[in-house]
Design a protein around this ligand. Sequence first.
Ligand SMILES: [Fe+2]
Length: 285
Amino acid sequence: MIQLTKLKKLENNFPVLTGDKALSKKLCDQLIKEIQDMNSFDDTIMGGRSRINKGSKNFNKYLKKSNVSQKIFRHFNSKIFYKKIEKIFSQRFKKSSWSNVFVPEIFNEKKFTPKNKVTSSELQKILGNSYKNPKVNLDIDFSVSKSGYQLRPHRDDITRLFNFLIYLNDIPKKNGGSLTLYKKKGIKDLRKSFRRFPNIKELDVIKEFTPKKGTIIFFQSTPNSYHGVRKFKEFRNEKRYFIYGSYALNKPVIWSFKGNKYYPKISDNNKKMLSSFHDSNYLIK
Ligand SMILES: [Fe+2]
């Protein structure tokens, strides 16, 4: 169903693998149709991205009536597939200096990251202070974006190990919506801290991916895995259809880089927000 054999490695300061035509045109078109036929979404975020999120009632309803989405979901939501991804990354990035200190043994098919809004202290309580013996699960959403969707440079949640995106339609370059990968300016790679939301002025663009039908992009969610999405404008009323997924732990990931360990620190905030909106820094210990 997903072609992983021809994944290309991207020379970068964090591990990225990309695959063109990983999903056939036919499957992509079927997936678009299924998303279009679903007229109820769980939320709309980031200036126009509507999502159907794993874990919601709506998601289960969607899967029941969407054969191809269900197949994709089952394929990704399995220990076998997760192990494949883990293995491909360790084989293809043998010299990569980034690794997660506590390796999950248990894959929990039922678990998902809750999408309710919490304060930073509530989030801290949910995630806890212990890092050992983590379990891993898939988070996934089926998404469609309209004009106005954009995403400032950031790193994903502190629980994430690997993230992936599957693009279901071609977006002309002039219409924006490209996935942009960044690196911190300068040549220093060992740093005391990695902020979750660095200022765009501190970053250099490494690579831009214009969404192409059937392309999959995997990246390791290391503290420096800065990425964002350029403002999207619809082309002939065609929206941007994609799948976002992630393999996430049930507790924060501790990252190791050249023998140094990085621990996350969630910034205090009394505002109730999605975990993906909370600020956090990775600090060297
Ligand atoms: Fe992200």
